[in-house]
Design a protein around this ligand. Structure first.
Ligand code: SAH
Length: 448
């Protein structure tokens, strides 16, 4: 097999990255955008020892699960790599990821629920962070093509709230009209690196963050006046990122106008969100995720709760009124401040949030003799550490509710808890990110 060769392939499976899988002369071939049940004429792009990558030249036999929409750019840039699959099949694909991981771990008695569908299948994101670069002499916003820094200009981001797309384009036009230079990452020159826009689903407030190379530049005052006129924009923040780096946000934020936070709402709890704080991006699906987690936690009025990886306190503050007390851990200082402010704003007096790394603070709490009845954990993709797990168990919870954005680390960590006297019998996938391969899931561990 060699590069550029064209062969007919029968697609038999879908990889966890949603690539079509075919077998050919002892090789496994991953075909971008191909679906199981399809026969395609494919062009080989890259050959390794036992596997190869290919792209579709022509679909010979099409799957009934295929959606035909003009989405090449997004698909290509990895923004919505499931967009060619019917939504109910996307949900099935996500459930299968969990089922397969459990099978590999020989956990045959665990039930996997149907993936909870998202109320919105497109336009669900309440936040967009898009690079700004010069393309063919013009300032553009868009998306980096996968594994590269080549900007594909875009104005419709598909999974993002259309109101955010509207603001992104309006800001782009203001930057162009005022001749503000886009960032040039090769020479670490120019000015605007990223646009970051957040919108509250609850009240429509919109925060625009310009990620810039300098704290100030000649056109800043003028563009601020123009951005203020965009319908719905309630604040403008300059994030100062002078370094030659791939990290999107710099360490300092300067409020140019408006309020320093936007306010969103989950259920009946209001949340103030600062520029650097994490907030779940699918506003309508988040309360459904939390409901599922909270229901399974079976909370009592006398319970002491720990909310680990708390962000701005969304989970803990959603349950605070039904339990004795809540204690939270979060590593981002601004988010902890937001969490404590949010408690106050909602008249909640039995919740307190602490700054720290969960894997360090949890064992310290355990050593100090702090106890808990229920622990919620919601870690980033890499999951929990053995130190965290040991510390959590030492506080003696009846239940540990695990919300995960990576089923591989979820299954790994659940097995670790099993070794320490906890058990679980079901996992519920929840679709927080339609059109993308990301899988969110909830599991509850109970002390044996
Ligand atoms: N539970 C929140 C946030 C979940 S996202 C919600 O549902 O909105 C995960 C959070 O963990 C982020 O806020 C991130 O800043 C935080 N985090 C990442 N690594 C951490 C660590 N080592 N210790 C504590 N918090 C961490």
């Amino acid at each position: 097999m060699e590069k550029n060769q064209i062969i007919d392939l029968e697609i038999t499976d879908l990889s966890y990255e949603a690539m079509g899988v075919a077998h050919y002369e002892g090789m496994t071939i991953f075909v971008t955008n191909a679906l199981p049940g399809e026969t395609v004429s494919a062009k080989i792009l890259k050959v390794k020892k036992r596997f190869a990558f290919a792209k579709i030249e022509k679909i010979i036999k099409e799957s009934p699960d295929r959606v035909n929409i003009e989405l090449n750019q997004w698909v290509q840039t990895g923004l919505a790599s499931l967009a060619h699959i019917k939504y109910d099949k996307q949900l099935e694909f996500k459930r299968n990821q969990v089922v397969n991981l459990l099978q590999k771990a020989h956990l045959d008695n665990v039930e996997v629920g149907q993936t909870l569908p998202s109320p919105e299948e497109t336009g669900y994101r309440n936040k967009a962070q898009v690079p700004v670069r010069t393309v063919n002499g013009q300032l553009e916003i868009g998306f980096f093509r996968r594994h590269s820094h080549d900007l594909v200009p875009l104005t419709n981001f598909f999974t993002t709230d259309p109101e955010i797309d509207r603001v992104l384009v309006a800001v782009r036009d203001i930057l162009r009209a005022s001749k503000v230079p886009a960032y040039d990452e090769i020479h670490n020159k120019g000015e605007v690196r990223y646009l970051d826009v957040r919108r509250s689903k609850a009240n429509g407030e919109i925060m625009v963050i310009l990620v810039c190379l300098h704290k100030d530049f000649p056109q800043l005052e003028k563009i601020a006046t123009e951005i203020k006129k965009i319908e719905g924009v309630t604040s403008l923040v300059l994030n100062y990122n002078p370094k030659k780096t791939n990290v999107i946000l710099g360490k300092a934020d300067y409020l140019i106008f408006g309020k320093p936070q936007i306010v969103d709402q989950i259920g009946d709890v209001k949340f103030r969100i600062s520029p650097e704080s994490f907030f779940q991006i699918n506003s309508l699906q988040t309360p459904r995720l939390y409901d599922l987690a909270i229901k399974q936690a079976d909370l009592k009025e006398t319970d002491t709760v720990i909310d680990a990886y708390s962000g701005i306190g969304t989970i803990g503050l959603s349950v605070a009124k039904h339990v004795k007390s809540v204690r939270g851990i979060e590593v981002v200082r601004d988010a902890v401040k937001d969490a404590n402010d949010n408690a106050e704003m909602n008249d909640i007096h039995n919740a307190k949030y602490f700054v720290g790394k969960a894997e360090e603070l949890m064992p310290r709490w355990a050593d100090k003799g702090i106890t808990s009845d229920v622990i919620f954990v919601d870690p980033p993709r890499k999951g929990l550490t053995p130190e965290f797990i040991a510390g959590a168990v030492k506080t003696g919870p009846k239940k540990i509710v695990y919300i995960s954005c990576n089923p591989a680390t979820l299954v790994r960590d659940l097995q670790e808890f099993q070794k320490l006297g906890y058990d679980f019998n079901r996992i519920d996938p929840v679709d927080m990110f339609p059109q993308t391969p990301h899988v969110e899931a909830v599991a509850v561990l109970t002390r044996k």
